[in-house]
Design a protein around this ligand. Structure first.
Ligand code: HAM
Length: 431
């Protein structure tokens, strides 16, 4: 029997990405660096982290995102156990709204500004930038219908990419209007496409009956030409939402954030109203969306709240951020190395070195040593492989003298240092 492999569309994150046999391979250190940068930007915008479970009630997701969406109708990893229906979260907005309502976070007062970083699951056909287990980072701003909440959400998303030096992106913006705008637009789209029914692909024909807004996302060239004369959503949007949209655009202009208006941007989740946006990168190929989001003032009611709670947020794919960084030749930290590698010759030295490692670690140094009783040559090779900048070589002589040569692995230079002075020496030399 061959050994087990990761399930299609999932991958391991390894200390040494060069060892990975997966198509998507970035090392743990790179992930940690990206996460630290994200947290830094999010903290500057005064967001607090929230962590919700991977497993959520299926009904929360189905009602929140919408039964007719691709996610709910065909991409959920869901199962039933006893009398509970579980879903592995395909996104984190509905879960965060659930947490907000469950714990009455409104009682903290003010607007809740929450962020998250974590895995999501969608049973999509894997390809570059599209996986079955992927990671999202995102924010949810809950409790304000002010256009500034929308603009700040977009601003923090843009600030994240800027922090990584990624500025070659396109921000697309639209408004979906209120609860009545969408059904009006849906009807208009159905009326527009109906005469072309026979020209549509099979998928679009089904969508024409169920969810005609999805036709707007078509990649089919023929269908795209049909879009040229299709009705625009903005013409079905209520006056208040239009005014809100104008304000959002004004605020983005004030911040110097460049956007393009896309009359066909509707997003693939049903909970949106008013502002919708997406950030694209030309470097990602078919899966070009780095992130997206919008306002979702009606979600709270969909998932059981008596009164509507206005909210806006975005989420981005971590993997797509990595792919964009790579395409832009941004260097990420590689495998971390120890500060020093301890080399021992003989049994007595091995015991002393084992204790020395502990002493130096207590003093705050990153210390590596051999755990297999190997030869000196093999230990030096291992020190090289691990990129240790210094080695300390201890044998019987060194034990007697209570001092050992510290070797600078780059220059080859060796300095005799008393055991008692090792900490100070390393403190002065390790960068
Ligand atoms: P979404 O557009 O479905 O929105 O996903 C957000 C981002 O997650 C996408 O732009 C993409 O970068 C990434 N993503 C989605 N699916 C995959 C996949 N299969 N593989 C890799 N990356 C993927 C949402 O999830 C909303 N919750 C966003 C939001 C937050 N709206 C309001 N607040």
């Amino acid at each position: 029997m061959s050994t087990f492999q990761t399930i299609k569309g999932t991958f391991d994150i390894l200390p040494d990405p060069a060892m990975s046999s997966s198509a998507f391979a970035y090392g743990t250190a790179a992930w940690q660096h990206v996460e630290a940068t994200l947290r830094d930007v999010l903290a500057r915008f005064n967001f607090s982290e929230v962590r919700t479970p991977i497993l959520e009630p299926t009904e929360l997701i189905a009602r929140g995102i919408g039964q007719l969406t691709d996610i709910v109708s065909k991409e959920m990893f869901a199962f039933t156990r006893g009398d509970t229906n579980y879903v592995m979260r395909p996104e984190i907005t509905a879960p965060v709204m659930r947490a907000y309502l469950q714990h009455h976070l409104d009682q903290r007062g003010g607007v809740q500004k929450l962020y998250y970083i974590g895995p999501c699951f969608r049973a999509e056909e894997p390809q570059k930038g599209r996986y079955r287990q992927f990671h999202q980072f995102g924010v949810e701003v809950i409790g304000s219908d002010d256009a500034r909440a929308d603009a700040e959400t977009i601003a923090v998303m843009m600030a994240v990419y800027k922090a990584f030096g990624l500025t070659n992106t396109t921000l697309r913006l639209n408004t979906l209007g209120d609860a009545e705008s969408r059904p009006r637009y849906k009807a208009a789209l159905q009326a527009y496409f109906e005469p072309y029914r026979q020209d549509l692909s099979e998928t679009s024909r089904t969508r024409l009956d169920t969810n005609p807004l999805r036709i707007l996302d078509t990649k089919d060239e023929r269908e795209r030409t049909l879009l040229a004369d299709a009705p625009h959503l903005i013409d079905f949007v209520d006056a208040e939402s239009r005014a809100h949209y104008e304000e959002v655009k004004q605020l983005l202009n004030d911040l110097g954030l460049v956007f393009v208006e896309d009359p066909f941007l509707v997003r693939g989740l049903d909970y949106y109203s008013r502002t919708a946006f997406e950030l694209e990168s030309p470097d990602l190929g078919a899966q070009s969306a780095l992130g997206g989001g919008g306002r979702y003032d009606l979600l709270s009611v969909e998932v059981g709240s008596k009164k509507p709670v206005p909210a806006v947020g975005f989420a981005s794919g971590m993997e797509r951020l990595f792919l964009a960084l790579e395409a832009n030749e941004v260097t990420l930290p590689g495998t971390p190395s120890p500060d020093v590698f301890l080399v021992a010759l003989g049994d007595r030295a091995r015991r002393r070195v084992f204790r020395m490692a502990q002493e130096l670690r207590d003093a705050g140094f990153k210390v590596a040593l051999d755990l297999r009783g190997r030869s000196m040559k093999a230990q030096m090779r291992e020190a090289n492989r691990q990129n240790a900048p210094f080695t300390i070589i201890v044998g019987d002589n060194e034990l007697e003298q209570a001092q050992a040569p510290v070797k600078n692995m780059e220059t080859g230079e060796q300095t005799e240092v008393a055991f008692a002075d090792l900490r100070n020496y390393l403190r002065d030399h390790v960068t």
